[in-house]
Design a protein around this ligand. Structure first.
Ligand code: ADP
Length: 631
């Protein structure tokens, strides 16, 4: 039992250890998740956000047309890059170093520096171009302002010369008219040429490609050559000095290297550089985005792995606990089956059966081997009880014998008196010389001693403990033997005895002494029941009923009380005064008949008397021998 409890206890301790190990593992994994993976995931989210903010700031930078817009965008991107650097250095500090990402961020920063340089150049050029364009507009306006009065003067001079000649061209001053006309034409051509150049400058402001630029520059060059020719043509008129100065300035602005085309060319080159750098920066931010998403995925994968490990730990712990619980259950069942059921319950069952059969009067009750435990103590106590009970039963039988002692002494006294008388007669007859008659007296003595010896042998058999071998037993012989023990009581108590036995000798499967013991008990009870009554009658009989044989003992006693009826077969139940009955007769008889394979019951009881009925299995012997009437 201790081993069984130890086994169950060991299972419980095992379950506890497995539980502790599983929870230890789980708590380690959870701590790692809380300490590393969750901050890793959070910083990955911050990283993704910071890089997205950098990426979002880039288009504004690339599209900025003016210096202030660029600088605003540049400030924003710079700040966002710093944020990204901060997140990266934090991650590197918490063990999530991503060197490729840091390198790309540094490259973006370098690239931004180059973009800054180009942007500086580009915006300076654009400003200068805007200044030149402004100057051009002013020059054009000045030129018109200068040319208009000069052409008006020339026209006036022509008109004046024509007026003086009365409208006759031939009569007029031909030189004046020619000169003024040439001057006017030259001024107009110059104006037109200057307008063309200003227009071409305007177009130059919008060209986007180098080819367009070169082509427009070429056309401007041709227009400038023409303008120079026209300016030279005006050299003869001193009042055109301002016009020529303005024209010279215009020509200066159209210079292919130092003028507007040169500026425009430089601006285009800067623009190309800027675009190259911007596209490089686009490539870098795309790479940044890719690296960040890889980094986020990597962090997520690590966190997922940790979460899966935790789930595994939980699963393993749960499965182990379930397995141990199942093993404990199985162990408990096995212990229950092998130990409790096969050992304890089996021993208890044997003990219960033994106790029941001991209580019901069987002396053959088997007791289990007494061990060193409480059940062993119980077994030993039962053994003592059985011995005591057996002794009591024996005592009951001896008490019954004692009751019969009166009848028996009479039975013995009679032959003894006869023997004494026959011995006396025999001695006299021998003295008288009558040996023949003396011989007869001796023969009678012999017969009487045989009878006395038989009687004593019978008593000895009755008193000894019963055997276990069953054989065909003659019912009438057994009845007669039992009744013979009561003959003196029948006579003394004036009880009428009636026999109802069939002509054919009946045999039952039994042991003669045990059947006789039952009959003795029943007849003794019947005699007790009728004691003191007038017309006391006891009827005893037997008959065959199919394969069975019924034997009954009836009396004319007062019957058994209804309340007692259920208890009369219980051991130690008696209604007789102390010293007269032990209450074992019926219980013993009931069990004897049960052992012989039959039944004992109260067939009827009431004020008219009681009849006990024994039913036993008959044997074939009951048809073989005819009944010898016993005396
Ligand atoms: P005991 O005779 O020692 O009392 P028994 O077991 O033989 O023990 O009988 C138990 C009781 O059954 C008796 O005390 C008596 O009350 C009742 N009993 C038995 N036989 C008869 C009978 N023939 N008539 C009336 N009562 C009987």
């Amino acid at each position: 039992m201790i081993a069984a409890f130890l086994g169950v206890g060991l299972f419980a301790v095992g379950a506890g250890i497995v539980g502790v190990i599983s929870y230890e593992r789980l708590s380690k994994e959870l701590a790692a998740i809380a300490r590393e993976h969750l901050p890793g995931l959070a910083s990955a989210a911050r990283l993704a956000e910071a890089s997205a903010r950098v990426i979002a700031g880039m288009p504004e930078l690339a599209n900025a047309e003016r210096r202030d817009g660029y600088e605003r965008g540049r400030r924003v991107v710079g700040e966002r890059l710093s944020e990204l650097d901060k997140v990266l250095s934090e991650r590197a500090g918490s063990g999530f170093d991503a060197p490729a990402l840091t390198a790309v961020a540094a490259e973006i920063r370098r690239n931004l520096g180059a973009i800054d340089d180009v942007a500086g150049r580009r915006f300076t050029l654009a400003e200068r171009i805007r200044g030149v364009s402004e100057e051009l507009r002013w020059l054009q306006a000045d030129l018109i302002d200068e040319i208009e009065p000069l052409t008006d003067d020339a026209r006036f001079n022509i008109d004046t010369a024509l007026g003086q000649s009365g409208g006759e061209v031939a009569a007029a001053k031909p030189n004046t008219i020619r000169e003024e006309t040439r001057k006017s034409e030259a001024l107009m051509t110059l104006n037109a040429q200057a307008n063309l150049i200003v227009g071409l400058f305007g177009r130059l402001g919008t060209v986007q490609t180098r080819e367009d630029m070169e082509q427009t520059g070429h056309v401007i060059g041709e227009a400038v050559d023409q303008l120079e020719v026209e300016a030279k043509a005006l050299a003869g008129w001193p009042d055109t000095i301002t016009v020529r100065q303005i024209t010279q300035r215009l020509i200066g602005l159209a210079d292919t290297t130092t003028g507007l085309p040169g500026l425009k060319r430089s601006e285009l080159a800067a623009l190309a550089d800027a675009q190259r750098l911007i596209s490089e920066s686009r490539r870098l931010v795309t790479e940044l985005g890719t690296l960040v998403s890889q980094e986020v995925q990597r962090t997520e994968a690590v966190a997922k792995e940790a979460a899966e490990r935790s789930a595994d730990a939980i699963r393993l712990g749960r499965n182990l606990l379930l397995a141990i619980a199942a093993a404990s259950l199985l162990g408990a069942l096995l212990i229950g089956w092998f130990y409790v059921r096969r050992h304890l319950v089996a021993r208890l069952r044997i003990l219960t059966e033994a106790a029941t059969s001991i209580a019901s009067g069987q002396s053959s009750a088997l007791l289990p081997k007494a061990g060193n435990d409480e059940l062993g103590d119980l077994t030993r106590a039962l053994a003592v009880f059985r011995q005591t009970r057996d002794d009591l039963i024996q005592a009951a039988k001896l008490a019954a014998l004692g009751q019969m002692a009166a009848g028996l002494s009479h039975e013995l006294n009679q032959p003894l008196a006869a023997i004494r008388s026959h011995a006396h007669n025999g001695a006299l007859l021998l003295e008288l010389g009558r040996p023949e008659e003396a011989r007869k007296a001796i023969d009678r003595i012999q017969a009487l001693t045989t009878r006395a010896a038989d009687l004593i042998a019978h008593l000895r058999r009755f008193a000894r403990k019963p055997g276990v071998v069953l054989s065909p037993v003659s019912v009438s012989d057994t009845i007669e033997t039992a009744l013979s023990l009561f003959e003196p009581r029948f006579a003394a108590e004036r009880v009428t005895l009636t026999r109802d036995l069939p002509a054919m000798r009946l045999h039952v499967h039994a042991e003669d002494i045990r059947l006789e013991q039952v009959l003795v008990n029943l007849v003794a009870n019947a005699l007790d029941a009728v004691a003191g009554s007038n017309d006391a009658t006891i009827a005893i009989g037997a008959r065959r009923k199919g394969h069975k044989v019924e034997i009954w003992v009836g009396d004319s006693g007062p019957g058994i009380e209804r309340a007692h009826l259920e208890r009369i077969f219980d051991p130690f139940f008696t209604t007789k005064p102390v010293g007269s009955g032990l209450g074992l007769g019926l219980s013993l008889s009931y069990n004897i008949i049960k052992d012989l394979g039959g039944t004992l019951a109260v067939a009827e009881t009431g004020p008219a008397g009681t009849r006990f009925l024994i039913t036993l299995e008959g044997t074939t012997a009951h048809v073989m021998a005819p009944l010898e009437i016993d005396a």
